[in-house]
Design a protein around this ligand. Structure first.
Ligand SMILES: [Zn+2]
Length: 428
């Protein structure tokens, strides 16, 4: 099934698709003027709160409108690739996807627009997509949908249908955090986004939209995770008040919220995993700690007497004002892992800011894990286990500048004009 009309009908239902067709005619113009206005409406709250966003763009639409994203008013935005054409990549084989993705990269390259990331149209991908992205030099993919349990009484059958269509995972089972697929970083896309709120849940009240997105922000703030807020520019006006509410709340919190683009988040995630540390016992319970990590990382310590200036951080941890200090602890204050631990477990922990050592001496460590296997399904339970623990531990903050969670604003541009939109119907 590669005809986009059939794909859309499957995801949305036939009657909603007809209604959507009318909306599309209203949303895109004969020229890029309507999309220009939509991008301006998105920029207003971003500029007000001094932040940016990631806008994946369908490359063939960009080729037809090469000046559309080069305006001064859009400076600071990150552009990513949203397919060569707006088609269902999960239906294409590796060879077809490589061809599309290379050509899409070529269009961005010719226009001198740097790209690090990719998002599949319809959030539909297969394992060949990930292989093709890694082979063509992408840093990250943001196509995995992750649904948060915040919709309650507003839930509709069409919303559940679209979650199935997107193959969305539940945030109750998987953390809203970047993860690895070989050397490609995967950043989840949180739902409900603007499209789900308006077209599937039929919410038009901006107070209710804000209520739902603020509940998502609260969820990631409590868990220290990442909220990728999906807002397509064409609905930026309708959702502008809700976006204002989320950004205002995010800017008011302490510890802070790191509002960043997806390329910055991918780069941070990669660098955090390369942290090294020296932890030496100086006799008795005294330990010398030296951590070499990313410049904007903050050292956090739990349940120890720290011989260095500190600041309060959250209930469990204090932030240490230096990366070289002494502390007192009965055992080595980091996560010990059995030498046969899987690479995926080591990499997962390091990229969350945990300091790990491989050792057979389980009694030496404050926290010791003995697991030969580790999969994505184990991430959520392991994070809960580590959070419940109160034994002494030194780690780095998961986010820069001692932020407690991350927030990324992101929305796709499928087309700049009605002509671009029409093209997708004829692509195979
Ligand atoms: Zn799209």
């Amino acid at each position: 099934m590669s005809n986009p009309l059939l794909i859309a009908a499957k995801g949305k239902g036939f009657l909603p698709m007809l209604a959507r067709s009318r909306m599309i005619v209203n949303r895109y113009g004969l020229t890029a003027g309507k999309m220009d206005a939509a991008l301006t409406a998105l920029m207003e709250p971003l500029t007000h709160y001094s932040c940016s966003a990631t806008i994946p763009v369908t490359a063939s639409a960009l080729a037809s409108n090469p000046g559309a994203i080069k305006k001064n008013s859009l400076k600071g935005l990150e552009f990513a690739v949203h397919g060569l054409y707006h088609v269902d990549y999960s239906q294409l084989n590796l060879e077809q996807q490589l061809k599309h993705i290379r050509e899409a990269r070529g269009i961005f390259h010719q226009l001198d627009i740097p790209v690090a990331g990719f998002r599949c149209p319809y959030l539909r991908w297969n394992k060949d997509t990930l292989i093709a992205l890694e082979e063509t030099g992408f840093d990250y993919d943001s196509s995995q949908a992750l649904s948060m349990d915040v919709v309650d009484e507003f839930s509709t059958e069409t919303y559940h249908r679209v979650l199935d269509f997107y193959r969305a995972q539940s945030a109750n089972d998987y953390p809203a955090l970047p993860s690895w697929s070989d050397n490609l970083i995967r950043i989840p896309y949180c739902l409900p986004d603007d499209e789900a709120l308006i077209d599937r849940l039929h919410i038009t009240d901006t107070g209710i939209m804000a209520h739902i997105w603020l509940a998502m922000l609260d969820h990631v703030y409590q868990s220290g995770e990442l909220f990728t807020l999906g807002l397509h520019p064409e609905r930026a006006s309708a959702c502008q008040a809700a976006l204002h509410a989320v950004l205002a709340k995010a800017r008011s919190l302490s510890p802070s919220v790191w509002i960043a683009r997806l390329d910055e988040i991918a780069a941070w995630f990669r660098s955090l995993g390369q942290t090294t540390c020296k932890i030496e016992n100086e006799g008795g319970s005294l330990y010398y700690v030296q951590i070499i990590g990313p410049k904007r990382a903050t050292v956090l310590v739990r349940s120890s007497e720290i011989i260095a200036p500190t600041q309060p951080w959250d209930i469990d941890y204090k932030a240490v004002c230096t990366n070289e200090f002494f502390l007192r602890s009965d055992k080595r204050p980091l996560v010990g892992l059995t030498p046969s631990s899987s690479i995926s477990l080591q990499r997962f922990l390091r990229c969350q800011g945990y300091l790990v050592e491989l050792s057979a001496d389980s009694e030496d460590y404050s926290v010791y894990l003995d697991r030969d296997t580790f999969s994505r399904e184990d991430e959520r339970p392991l994070l809960a286990e580590l959070k419940q623990d109160h034994r002494p531990l030194v780690r780095l903050s998961r986010w820069p500048d001692a932020a407690r969670c991350g927030l990324a604003i992101t929305g796709d541009v499928d087309a700049f004009t009605i002509w671009d939109y029409g093209k997708r119907i004829f692509i195979r």
